[in-house]
Design a binder for this molecule. Structure first.
Ligand SMILES: N[C@H](CCC[C@H](N)C(=O)O)C(=O)O
Length: 305
């Protein structure tokens, strides 16, 4: 079908990503297509990363990011690593500059296959996160859930990594909290006019922490890269850790970690971690109809000279 485009089913620590090749076209992956693809168990995803032709001089591509509910996201750390791996495999290049609605992202694939993405500068100003009420100190905002005199979660740090995040500090295993219940209430709390990604973070040393995230527009995901950045920056900013932290993503599958370095030199946050290709296919960006590519079985079929 003429309208079909290539896509790859990938993941970053289990964060389910569809990388869709929209280069050479003027249309977009529609919200309807996203919702249809998300509803199909085989293509179910957390984010679509749609690669478009570059819009700005000096960039390699413009990336449009969609959540599985069809809404747009300004940033997606795990998805960006998947885009890097896909284009690196196609071109043999290792260094990339992408543009998203939130700005410019530089990224590099290392010899060992891990990928670093420069996620830019964190934003702490309440108006730009955005929060609905004035908070001069976003290291700790007034927000709690649970009984008024014994809240289960309270006083999160708020930050934008291009997208809005709230980080709740916990001292128990992050998996022991009912995030599926609290997540939707917090994501949609009126304090967050553009909703927010909600993360639980347990700091385990000056250089390590464990996170679990309820994502805006996607719900409980196995991993969230921008949330790992948000948690690491917030931990450093509140004196809980130094500026370089290994973030163990509690629900990641395969298990793994992201190394986050909030660089002193330029205030940028650099996230390093893996990306994994699963399979490829073609899809219709308007309807979400899709088809899997035929598997190439090693040693099977006719030999190609
Ligand atoms: N999984 C993504 C985050 C998607 C963000 C999205 N849920 C939003 O901000 O709406 C990541 O690795 O950073």
């Amino acid at each position: 079908m003429a309208d079909m485009v290539a896509f790859a089913k990938m993941n970053g620590l289990g964060n389910k990503i569809l990388v869709v090749d929209m280069r050479g076209r003027n249309d977009r992956v529609t919200a309807e297509a996203a919702i249809a693809l998300a509803a199909d168990p085989e293509t179910a995803f957390d984010q679509i990363m749609a690669i478009h032709d570059p819009k700005a001089h000096g960039t390699d591509a413009f990336i449009d990011i969609l959540n599985c509910d069809g809404s747009k996201a300004q940033a997606c750390g795990n998805g960006t690593r998947c885009v890097v791996q896909a284009i690196a495999a196609e071109t043999g290049r290792k260094v990339f500059t992408f543009q998203t609605v939130a700005g410019i992202l530089n990224a590099v694939e290392h010899e060992d296959g891990t990928i670093s993405v420069d996620m830019g500068r964190p934003v702490f100003d309440w108006k730009r996160i955005p929060l609905a009420e004035e908070f001069h100190d976003t290291r700790r905002i007034e927000l709690q859930i649970g009984p008024i005199d014994a809240p289960v979660l309270h006083s999160p740090s708020a930050v934008s990594m291009g997208n809005p995040h709230a980080v709740f500090w916990v001292d128990r295993d992050v998996m022991s909290y009912d995030l599926a219940r609290f997540g939707p209430l917090l994501e949609n709390h009126p304090i967050f006019p553009e909703r927010a990604n909600i993360t639980l973070a347990q700091v385990t040393s000056r250089t390590t922490m464990t996170t679990r995230t309820w994502e805006r527009g996607a719900g409980l995901t196995l991993a969230c890269g921008s949330a790992a950045c948000a948690a690491a920056v917030s931990a450093a900013r509140t004196g809980r850790t130094g500026r370089k932290v290994d973030v163990h993503v509690a629900s990641a599958n395969p298990p793994g970690l992201l190394t986050i370095d909030w660089r002193e030199s330029d205030d940028h946050v650099v996230m390093t971690g893996p990306a994994e290709w699963e399979w490829s296919g073609t899809l219709d960006p308007a309807s979400g109809a899709w088809q899997r590519d035929a598997e190439i079985v090693a040693g099977g079929g006719a030999a190609v000279p």
